[in-house]
Design a protein around this ligand. Structure first.
Ligand code: UDX
Ligand code: ADP
Length: 456
């Protein structure tokens, strides 16, 4: 029986391994993590991450061929294939701070693998890493004297949070990078066979290791660039009489452009986009490619501009003062269907509102606990209230920051009646019926569309 061990039971490792275990009952999958609480949660009814449909996938395989454990060393020793799916946040210190990836967790893993392994293994990079990391890892793994052989593959994960199960079940493609040596190709085939248990062969792409690594960064950079591009146009729409939804529709029907990822918003968040673009920037800079570095950095700059523009719009429309005003935040997660708040634009928005001395009430169906952690330094000015009606009660303004479908279905007459007047609503996701809100009596502001106001 093939044995897989995955180091890191997070947003990527957990769902990916659960899917492999579900689809390949003849493979034993063990997910290990140093975080005991997380491992315990994976074995309980209350999974550590919220992801639609994930409960059923885990339930089906748990205890059969899917195991969670804190015994990292034992997991490695037993495995034929080790996936590494630990966090690689942006470095906050030293060379490349704010840009490069912090590889300390990855390197620790590599050293652990080298130290405890007694048999040959395939090592699979799952975490997003800068190009050429595999090479560095190989050096660590093959340093010193050992007869054990490690073959490193890059298998970047393209799943998006909130749709992880569907993305894993039916991916556009799976990408596996391996070395062009006989042992590299053999390892690559082993992984191809695992995925072909449920994914059609033509969707399993193979490449060299560096191409696979760079493709992941490039995919995220291109996706984020679409959001920044449409957000840049949204600012222009607000200054003219164009409507960004109409523009997005008109350009998206050009088959060369396509309709997806053209929703103007308060900005993109999530653990990947900013990190991966900055990674790309750092990579370009370290090869002396300043113009490509500047080109990609601008995608992040535009995102920061969009977040700030939203807050400034709130301030200016509310008569340039929000000190002491109650502002209800609807949604703190970086997008709908996840409790994840990493790099969520809501963090910046709430901090800026707090800096203006507003009294901020954060509401979210799944992300309140993470929101409290993100806003640890502003807690005195923050209130947390899961019920959106309670959050809006007495508020001067409501700001929609996450596209939870719950917010489409609220009784906005009830929300309006409970608010201070004039009642402002700022739709940072362009998801509500603005005319209906205006007819109720709201002052309606959105992204890339003219405001609707009763004030003269
Ligand atoms: C992303 C990639 O999509 C995925 O392939 C990769 O593996 C990891 O990074 P994720 O961060 O989970 O996934 O979320 P995604 O759905 O890509 O959304 C990112 C951000 O962009 C969110 O904050 C979302 O609200 C925002 N967004 C997305 C927009 O503002 N407008 C859009 O049209 C699309
Ligand atoms: P991602 O979104 O990339 O999956 P997460 O932060 O959700 O990232 O998950 C990464 C996981 O990796 C965390 O649960 C963390 O505890 C775990 N981890 C980090 N370093 C190690 C290590 N050396 N050994 C085992 N697990 C680790």
């Amino acid at each position: 029986m093939t044995k897989i061990c995955c180091i890191g039971a997070g947003y990527v490792g957990g769902p990916t391994m659960a899917m492999i275990a579900k689809k390949c009952p003849n493979i034993q999958v063990t997910v290990v993590d140093i975080n005991e609480k997380r491992i315990a949660a994976w074995q309980s009814d209350d999974l550590p991450i919220y992801e639609p449909g994930l409960d059923e996938v885990v339930k089906e395989a748990l205890g059969r061929n899917l195991f969670f454990s804190t015994e990292v060393d034992q997991g490695i020793i037993d495995a034929d294939i080790v996936f590494v799916s630990v966090n690689t946040p942006t470095k906050t210190f030293g060379e490349g701070a704010g840009c490069a990836s912090d590889l300390q967790y990855w390197e620790l893993c590599a050293r652990r693998i080298k130290e405890v392994s007694t048999s040959d293994k395939i090592i699979v990079e799952k975490s997003t890493l800068p190009v050429r990391t595999a090479e560095a890892m190989e050096r660590v793994l093959h340093s010193g004297q050992s007869t054990v052989h490690f073959e490193v593959l890059s298998n970047p994960e393209f799943l998006a949070e909130g749709t992880a199960v569907a993305d894993l079940e039916n991916p556009d493609r799976v990408l596996i990078g391996g070395h062009e040596t006989p042992s590299g190709q053999k390892a690559l085939q082993t992984l191809v066979e695992i995925y072909s248990n449920w994914i059609p062969r033509e969707r399993i792409l193979t490449a060299n290791v560096w191409s696979a690594e760079l493709s992941k960064l490039t995919a995220n950079a291109f996706l984020a660039q679409r959001v920044s591009s449409i957000n840049a146009i949204s600012a222009l729409c607000e200054a003219t009489e164009a409507d960004v939804s109409e523009v997005a529709h008109a350009i998206g029907t050009d088959s060369r452009i396509g309709p997806k990822f053209l929703k103007a918003s308060i900005g993109f968040g999530g653990s990947c986009f900013k990190k991966d673009i900055l990674n790309l920037v750092y990579l370009c800079e370290s090869y002396g490619l300043q113009e490509p570095a500047d080109y990609w950095r601008q995608v992040v700059t535009m995102n920061e501009y969009q977040e700030m523009r939203f807050v400034r719009n709130m301030l200016h429309s509310m008569f340039n003062t929000i000190a002491g005003k109650r502002i209800a935040i609807f949604g703190f997660a970086f997008k709908a269907d996840t409790g994840d708040t990493r790099e969520s634009p809501a963090i910046k928005v709430c901090r800026e509102l707090a800096a203006e001395r507003a009294s901020v009430v954060v509401s979210d169906p799944k992300a309140i606990e993470n929101a409290k952690i993100e806003l640890a330094e502003e807690l005195e000015q923050m209130e947390f209230e899961e019920d959106p009606y309670a959050a809006a009660n007495g508020a001067h303004a409501v700001a929609i920051l996450t596209d939870w479908k719950e917010y489409k279905e609220l009784d906005y007459q009830r929300v309006y009646d409970s608010m201070a007047k004039p009642a402002f609503i700022f739709d940072g996701r362009n998801m509500l019926d603005h005319q209906a809100l205006f007819d109720i009596g709201f002052e309606v502001y959105s992204i890339g569309k003219g405001r609707k106001t009763h004030l003269k």
